[in-house]
Design a protein around this ligand. Structure first.
Ligand code: ZN
Length: 166
């Protein structure tokens, strides 16, 4: 099978990357991997500054990683709770017991980005790698504003950054 090359479409990510992530996760969870945690923690609000407006943006890789691993494999601890304009929920890793806090806010019918952080504040990677990239919704956004996420050079590099426990 010929693998797609970065940047990937969401469809290629689903076809070529998600099955690899699931296989690796079943062998060992990614909770000790700072690259996994970094990707889950993407939040466009981190890039707001007084001198510029930033439109709501999601990192598609983060959303697909969240839905593939956290939403599908982690154990929800209670229901979604309202939190300001959004909602939040706690998830627990069934392998190692790490708890993650997910916050989500809806900006349109097809854009409901999540930001997920470990409850124990363990370290995230300095740089997050992605294969697909950003999806914006109206307003202004420039990927150059985001310095702590960058495209992976290959699918292998991305998978290693998410799954290779240190
Ligand atoms: Zn775990």
């Amino acid at each position: 099978m010929q693998l797609a090359q970065p940047p990937l479409s969401p469809e290629d990510f689903r076809k070529d990357v998600v099955p690899v992530l699931l296989d690796r996760w079943l062998a060992k969870c990614f909770c000790k991997n700072p690259g996994f945690l970094k990707l889950l923690a993407f939040d466009f609000a981190d890039y707001k500054r007084a001198d510029r407006m930033i439109a709501p943006v999601e990192l598609i890789d983060s959303e697909m990683l969240w839905s593939t691993i956290v939403a599908a494999k982690f154990e929800p601890q209670g229901d979604w709770l309202r939190d300001g304009g959004g909602s939040r929920r706690i998830y627990r890793c069934p392998q190692c017991g790490l708890t993650l806090a997910t916050r989500s806010e809806q900006y349109s019918i097809n854009m409901w980005p999540t930001t997920t952080r470990p409850k124990d504040d363990r370290a995230l990677a300095a740089i997050g790698l992605y294969l697909v990239g950003y999806h914006g919704f109206g307003g202004k956004f420039d990927p150059a504003w985001i310095l702590d996420f960058r495209p992976a050079l290959s699918i292998d590099q991305f998978v290693d950054s998410v799954t290779s426990a240190i």
